[in-house]
Design a binder for this molecule. Structure first.
Ligand code: PA5
Length: 473
């Protein structure tokens, strides 16, 4: 982490003692069996989960939770060409952030051979948008021509920790009905191609049990892990394993970050540094809008994932920074104007990737030079992006707009594991610094209850004309 944040050592130094105490508190919270009421809910399972999963895999192999994820993912990969992830919030963003940042940018458009047999992946159940669901079903109907053609088979996972979120539950009904129509309502394929991921108990688990799913076919999100902290539970690991990502490397990266957080001093501790800069800027300098400037297109969904993490963790009791994420250089051409000359309420966290994965594209020299690019003909795309970053940063610096840089050497499973774990831990540290419980999401829970109350208080009839209604099973 590099910071150009206008925080003097006098400001940061006293923070070190405070941060040391908070780290100690978080470390001891992991041991609490019966947390006091003021700490509830306390969902700190994510801190040690990556190492726990790795240790259990070493001891129990296929019989471990990771072994189970791998086994189910292999079954899906071998039988399925298109795979839908149904879920919302953390139950959606966990899979999406890993899929988008680590798979080929055009994974879904590539022919099966280029994908090396890995299924195409889609995300639904993350909204209440009729047309979006209907159009995915339409694709399902067109590609499911023959159940004996393995490359045309569809599967899906339904991910919901509570098991009662309307957006996901309604989509599950629709896709379950579609699958039953395609495979046959009593077909074994329904249990082969549908993977439930849910909490220890709840409506979704009950429903799946009634559908004949055995416990070993249902993946579990542990009770002590909140949804937005669930990226290293099966909510994130299953989609990642299905598209062939190295989930062990992800967990190793995350576990390394936990160790670093718990053991390293402030100077070598990106969790504490990120939390300190962001906390001080919001609480003491009025930088309440927190912009994540993402200098890598494929990391765009890190922004959406962090939006949820920050909003639900710290946006409580009339407080908390507002997250915004931008992809650069794209958004320099839109929000950039506001960022440079608009309200002075922002801190910019630049997320930078040092090394591209693909060979560099050069600007190149051409005979005619109407576009006048020959002057930079020996520059590559990474050079152009770096210059764009420097150009934007120069303005921030000159106009005293604070920023900090998070630098990834390259985008791999290991670095993504580190990054996501770092952001989760830093958010927890910030919560404790601000005296806000970073776990639980009372506002979202009220919304969920209101939604069902409103629906149940009015007649159980559709509003307006209904065309081609999908019937449940
Ligand atoms: O953070 C939360 O708990 C919520 O925003 C959830 O991510 C979202 O509501 C989905 O919940 P569930 O996994 O229980 O369906």
């Amino acid at each position: 982490l590099q910071a150009k944040h206008f925080l003097s050592p006098e400001k940061l130094d006293p923070m070190r003692t405070k941060l040391g105490a908070i780290r100690g508190q978080i470390a001891s919270e992991r041991e609490l069996q019966n947390p006091p009421a003021k700490l509830q809910p306390l969902q700190v399972g994510y801190i040690d989960l990556p190492q726990k999963l790795l240790d259990q895999f070493r001891r129990k192999g296929d019989q471990s939770e990771l072994g189970k994820v791998n086994r189910i993912a292999t079954r899906i990969r071998e039988n399925c060409d298109r795979f839908i992830v149904l879920g919302i919030g953390g139950s959606y963003l966990a899979g999406r952030v890993l899929f988008e940042s680590l798979c080929h940018a055009h994974h879904n458009e590539m022919p099966a051979k280029m994908r090396m047999g890995k299924p195409r992946m889609y995300f639904e159940g993350n909204n209440l948008d009729n047309d979006a669901v209907q159009e995915l079903i339409e694709l399902f109907d067109h590609s499911c021509v023959d159940p004996d053609m393995p490359e045309e088979r569809w599967g899906f996972t339904v991910i919901s920790k509570s098991g009662s979120t309307l957006e996901t539950a309604a989509a599950f009904r629709a896709f379950r009905a579609e699958a039953a129509r395609f495979y046959g309502p009593k077909s074994e394929w329904l249990r082969k191609m549908i993977v439930p991921v849910t909490g220890m108990k709840g409506k979704l688990r009950d429903l799946c049990k009634a559908d004949g799913f055995a416990d070993e076919d249902i993946l579990t999100i542990p009770d002590d892990i909140g949804d937005r902290y669930s990226v290293f539970t099966p909510a994130g690991l299953l989609p990642a394993a299905i598209v062939g990502l190295d989930v062990r490397a992800l967990l190793l990266g995350a576990a390394a970050m936990t160790k670093r957080f718990l053991e390293e001093p402030f100077e070598r501790n990106p969790v504490l540094q990120f939390a300190a800069v962001n906390y001080l800027m919001a609480e003491e300098h009025g930088k309440t809008t927190r912009v994540m400037n993402i200098w890598n297109k494929k990391l765009e969904s890190v922004g959406s994932w962090y939006d949820q993490l920050l909003s639900e963790s710290l946006g409580k009791a009339g407080r908390g920074p507002t997250p915004i994420s931008s992809v650069c250089s794209r958004d320099v051409h839109s929000r950039g104007q506001q960022y440079q000359e608009g309200t002075r309420d922002k801190l910019f966290n630049n997320l930078i990737v040092r090394q591209c994965k693909q060979p560099s594209i050069m600007v190149g020299h051409v005979e005619r030079n109407e576009d006048e690019l020959n002057a930079i003909s020996r520059r590559s795309y990474p050079d152009l992006l770096e210059a764009s970053y420097r150009s934007a940063s120069e303005v921030y610096l000159e106009s005293a707009r604070p920023s900090a840089d998070i630098i990834l050497p390259t985008v791999t499973e290991h670095t993504m594991g580190q990054l996501l774990q770092m952001l989760m831990l830093a958010t927890a540290v910030e919560g404790r610094l601000a005296g806000v419980n970073p776990y639980g999401q009372p506002g979202v829970d009220v919304y969920k209850n209101n939604l069902m109350r409103i629906l149940k208080a009015t007649p159980n009839l559709p509003k307006g004309e209904v065309r081609d209604a999908v019937k449940g099973v």
